[in-house]
Design a protein around this ligand. Structure first.
Ligand SMILES: Nc1ncnc2c1ncn2[C@@H]1O[C@H](COP(=O)(O)OP(=O)(O)OP(=O)(O)O)[C@@H](O)[C@H]1O
Ligand SMILES: [Mg+2]
Length: 254
């Protein structure tokens, strides 16, 4: 299970974020980027963040540590912005937090080239989880002291929005032509050779065990949170074996 902390102070809204993530301080004195259960995108976005973030880190990609943040909605009472007040009021209970990388800048592909090996690893991973939110317009990558960090995995695992069609949906190819790292001659074959064998049933069981039960309850078609955890693992296991050959939009890698 992810470490659990309790929010003690709402600092500010991160205005760039579509889901209005906030910066909060917690009872362990850490500063976290907080994503709210009450945000319009819903709790599946948070599940996707956990599955992809925890998987990325285990594959050796840089990904800030995730925690769960318990929120008492009274924290919102003093907020002057009605939108923030409403978000805090509707997000009592378990929310998602991510270590705040202070001093990190938004990644700009025109200003900072990455190696074919790193570009290949990130694109292979994004193809695996079907991340549609890593384009050059909105890379969702941060740069700190010359290192690239992955953030924002809410728009992935598209199949979890319609479980009855999971098999067809998860068999689809991945179009990387707009990917932020597509122009760096990504070595996708090399990344697949190295990373695909790491994506085992055991690793996926470990990753999905990190999803808080409360975000898995009452999903139609699933009796228990563990059934749903297995449903998250299955398409990833299947995709890991084949996805390298189903990445389109990149000439150099083939
Ligand atoms: N761990 C972090 N450390 C530092 N800054 C961060 C971190 N996570 C997010 N940010 C900043 O907050 C912004 C919004 O975060 P994020 O992209 O995760 O939110 P979002 O609402 O899902 O965004 P969008 O829908 O706009 O892509 C990022 O672009 C980045 O500038
Ligand atoms: Mg984002």
């Amino acid at each position: 299970m992810l470490k659990e902390v309790t929010a003690t102070r709402y600092i500010t809204a991160l205005r760039e974020g579509g889901s209005l993530p906030g910066l909060v301080e917690a009872d362990d004195l850490g500063t976290y980027v907080m994503k709210f259960t009450g945000a319009g995108q819903g709790r599946k976005t948070l599940v996707a963040e956990v599955v992809c973030g925890e998987l990325a880190r285990r594959l050796g990609l840089r990904m800030p540590r995730l925690v769960t943040i318990a929120l008492d909605p009274v924290l919102g009472l003093g907020e002057p912005d009605p939108q923030v007040q409403e978000l805090l009021r509707s997000s009592g209970g378990t929310n998602l937090g991510m270590d705040f990388l202070s001093g990190a800048l938004g990644y700009d592909p025109l200003a900072f080239p990455v190696s074919p090996a790193e570009a290949g690893a990130v694109i292979w991973f994004d193809a695996l989880v079907n991340n549609v939110d890593r384009s050059w317009r909105n890379p969702n990558l941060l740069l700190r002291q010359g290192d690239l960090w992955l953030i924002d995995h809410g728009a992935t695992l598209i199949w979890h929005h319609n479980w009855p069609t999971v098999e067809t949906s998860a068999a689809r190819p991945y179009d990387a032509c707009d990917h932020a790292l597509a122009s760096f001659a990504p070595d996708i074959a090399g990344a697949a050779e190295r990373l695909a064998p790491l994506v085992t049933a055991d690793l996926l069981a470990e990753v999905t065990a990190e999803i808080p039960d409360v975000w898995l309850q009452d999903e139609p078609g699933f009796d228990t949170p563990d059934d749903l955890r297995r449903a998250y693992a299955r398409p990833l296991l299947a995709r890991a074996a084949v996805i390298a050959d189903r990445i389109t939009g990149i000439e150099e890698s083939k």
